[in-house]
Design a protein around this ligand. Structure first.
Ligand SMILES: Nc1ncnc2c1ncn2[C@@H]1O[C@H](COP(=O)(O)OP(=O)(O)O)[C@@H](O)[C@H]1O
Ligand SMILES: Nc1ccn([C@H]2C[C@H](O)[C@@H](COP(=O)(O)OP(=O)(O)O)O2)c(=O)n1
Length: 249
């Protein structure tokens, strides 16, 4: 356990690798892990299950406030339950993935989940020395005071190929096309409420397009351990470097 509590906030678009990398970093550092996207997926799953009209903003917000959600912060046990029902696999189904942005762009849902996320982060800091929390607005809204803030990016091509391989076992033209809605359309919709395509001030950008998984984990660990000097995004001057941390040392 680190000597003083540590929050590592990681954001990024879909398929950038933030969930798998965050989980590995949490394991390596003995920290908790919070998948905030899973919380949005849980609300979407619940609304579909209970036939709540997703276009009824107030009904969806109320469903979020009432949701008896149990989420694990153990990186080795990512079980998710709603009222005792295990929904760990169900939240990954296409019917949830294709609808989740409607829930995630509901500002009252965001307020409720942000409140819960901050509670979970605070508890993990007290009880297990810290946490790696990942999503779309962790570096900017949920935990802007985190000790480390990283935006994990990758080219659209790389993200499509990764998700296609994960879902369809390959990245030929048809498989990539079948994945496009899950990545491109969803990111566009999600971007209307969170800024996760560009790093905010003080957030380090890690472009993973040319890095394999182990290299990305090594790069994040090097940043956290202070082994590389982070090139942070700064607004001015216009001639400054563009804030890329580069690959592993
Ligand atoms: N640097 C990488 N190179 C290739 N594949 C990767 C890399 N990082 C993650 N992956 C794989 O890409 C897929 C998407 O990663 P994931 O962590 O779910 O992304 P996100 O949480 O950003 O949507 C997973 O199958 C994961 O194992
Ligand atoms: N902090 C967060 C986390 C996720 N979201 C939204 C964005 C996504 O459409 C859904 C699901 O997020 P998730 O991280 O599981 O999505 P991907 O697996 O990266 O494609 O929730 C959000 O708006 N804010």
């Amino acid at each position: 356990m680190p000597s003083s509590p540590l929050t590592i906030a990681i954001d990024g678009p879909s398929g950038s690798g933030k969930s798998s990398v965050s989980k590995a970093v949490a394991r390596e550092l003995g920290l908790g892990y919070l998948d905030t996207g899973a919380m949005y997926r849980a609300v979407a799953w619940h609304c579909l299950d209970q036939e709540v009209d997703l276009t009824d903003q107030e009904a969806v917000a109320q469903a979020a406030r009432d949701l008896p959600l149990e989420i694990s912060t153990d990186p080795d046990d990512q079980t998710l339950r709603v009222g005792g029902t295990d929904i760990t696999s169900a939240i990954r189904e296409t019917r949830v993935t294709s609808q989740v942005s409607t829930v995630a762009t509901n500002l009252d849902v965001r307020a409720e989940l942000r409140r819960r996320q901050r509670e979970i982060i605070s508890e993990a800091r007290d009880e297990r020395g810290g946490i790696v929390a990942e999503g779309r607005d962790i570096t900017t809204v949920v935990a802007p005071d985190a000790e480390h803030r990283i935006l994990v990016t990758a080219s659209e091509e790389a993200r499509l190929a990764r998700r296609s391989t994960e879902l369809h076992g390959g990245a030929d033209a048809d498989q990539v096309e079948a994945t496009r809605d899950q990545i491109v359309r969803r990111d566009r919709q999600d971007s209307t409420v969170s800024a996760f395509m560009e790093a905010a001030d003080g957030v380090v950008t890690l472009d993973t397009s040319e890095l394999d998984f182990d290299q990305v984990v090594a790069a994040v660990l090097a940043l956290v351990r202070g082994e590389v000097e982070p090139a942070q995004h700064e607004e001015e001057p216009a001639t400054s470097p563009d804030g890329h941390a580069g690959g592993p040392a």
